[in-house]
Design a protein around this ligand. Structure first.
Ligand SMILES: Cc1cc2nc3c(=O)[nH]c(=O)nc-3n(C[C@H](O)[C@H](O)[C@H](O)COP(=O)(O)OP(=O)(O)OC[C@H]3O[C@@H](n4cnc5c(N)ncnc54)[C@H](O)[C@@H]3O)c2cc1C
Length: 390
């Protein structure tokens, strides 16, 4: 079979790309290792994805936003950052950018379901599940993929969108700068006594990092970052004891708390690919840029990649150029690096500074928040970045 494009990974990034390229005379195959049922009805995975206005606009154009159930979409009005036991908070307000909200929080499960529905409607997109690429052969400008069942595909372009630990990236011989933060993030939904007023909290405590993402009603996604052994201990706790521990960790700022979902743990490893493209191939989503979740930009960057790669390929296709040729792919690489590298680096620096419990770091981070709070243009800049529609 010789499709125009093969995408490995039917995660939100891979499926959004398939949808964005559909309807332009290209044949697209998406390969996924999971069963189709797991894509059609994805399990709750604890992730609540903060989406910027720009990401929302793209999801609307791709026909995903309209498919999200209202109960799975919550308003993210403002955000505040605390340091240590201090009650002082750096506040980022939507109104600083003349907007009503900084963005929305959407359950990853709902995004995945909507992405599957949107892609499976496309006649030019073929989904092959419970399979993967056994071998890749690249010869004189040609790409040959041997699948696990022995099937052979010869696409004009291969897109790897198979997560930050991408096997396809490896098979293509593309390295990545991996950053292991040595911590694990635990996420779950909790009900609480006091109102969150649709404000997200990031709280860099000493010895732990806590975040609270406001959902609908008096529920929030609780995000706790600790060394892996401590997270394992918490996962063993009975729900009531777990809730008491969370109340204590949040210093009862939200009053009584109750666990209302399963909890999920993610080891914190960042990834930035050394090259975004190669001979007839490109990387997308977490396979290209796997962010630390603290700045909530992983999928937002995945969507930036979808926009950049689909625009580039469709322009090449419109001019009857080879979509797997070097020039369009080099353009995609330049644009993606420009859009992602500064925040990737800034995020890693922020994590280093705000999770270090050494005295100089503690003092510097407290001072940093106060300086940032005094810099209205900086806070306005962040708010504008989050609320810009594209
Ligand atoms: C706790 C947490 C909170 C987050 N919060 C935010 C947030 O607030 N905002 C934000 O923008 N982002 C956030 N993110 C990041 C976001 O979840 C990811 O960026 C996004 O899910 C990546 O999508 P993807 O499609 O690139 O990869 P994935 O979601 O990892 O999907 C990859 C797909 O490829 C398949 N696959 C893997 N290997 C193979 C293979 N070899 N062959 C075939 N198929 C394969 C997998 O089964 C999967 O379906 C968060 C992440 C975490 C962990």
């Amino acid at each position: 079979m010789s499709p125009d494009i093969v995408i490995v990974g039917a995660g939100p990034a891979g499926l959004c790309l398939a949808r964005a390229l559909s309807g332009h005379g290209l044949s697209i195959v998406v390969l996924e290792r999971q069963a189709e049922q797991a894509l059609a009805e994805p399990a709750f995975d604890g992730r609540e994805i903060a989406l910027t206005h720009g990401s929302q606009a793209l999801l609307e154009r791709l026909g995903l936003w309209q498919r999200l159930p209202t109960e799975d979409v919550a308003v993210l009005r403002d955000a505040q950052v605390f340091n240590g036991p201090s009650l002082f908070a750096l506040k980022i307000r939507a109104e600083q950018a003349g907007a009503e909200r900084l963005g929305h929080l959407v359950a990853n499960q709902a995004i995945r379901r909507a992405a599957y529905q949107a892609a499976s409607e496309c006649a030019d997109v073929q989904l092959l599940c419970e399979t993967g690429v056994r071998a890749i052969e690249q010869n004189q400008g040609e790409m040959k993929l041997v699948l696990q069942d022995g099937q052979v595909l010869q696409p004009r372009l291969l897109v790897a969108a198979d997560s930050r630990f991408s096997e396809t990236r490896r098979q293509l011989g593309i390295g990545a700068q991996l950053k292991d933060f040595g911590k694990t993030m635990l996420v779950c939904r909790m009900q609480h006594e006091h109102d969150h007023q649709q404000v997200a909290w990031e709280w860099f405590g000493y010895g732990q990092t806590l975040a609270l993402l406001p959902l609908n009603g008096r529920q929030s996604s609780v995000v706790l970052t600790l060394p892996p052994r401590e997270i394992e201990r918490l996962q063993q706790l009975d729900a009531a004891i777990f809730a008491r521990e969370m109340e204590r960790r949040f210093e009862r700022r939200l009053g009584a708390m109750q666990l209302v979902s399963s909890h999920h743990a993610y080891p914190l490893v960042g990834a930035y690919a050394r090259r975004m493209v190669g001979n007839r191939c490109a990387l997308l989503g977490d396979a290209a840029v796997g962010m630390h979740p603290v700045t909530a930009h992983g999928f937002n960057f995945g969507l930036t990649g979808v926009q950049l790669l689909s625009d580039t390929l469709l322009v090449a296709q419109g001019k009857r150029q080879d979509i797997g040729a070097g020039a369009p792919l080099a353009h995609y690489e330049r644009q993606l690096r420009l859009a992602t590298w500064p925040l990737y680096q800034a995020t890693n620096l922020l994590v280093e500074l705000y999770t270090s419990d050494h005295l100089p770091a503690r003092l510097l981070r407290g001072a940093g928040l106060r300086v940032a709070q005094g810099l209205l243009p900086l806070r306005k800049g962040i708010a504008r970045h989050l609320t810009a529609r594209g």
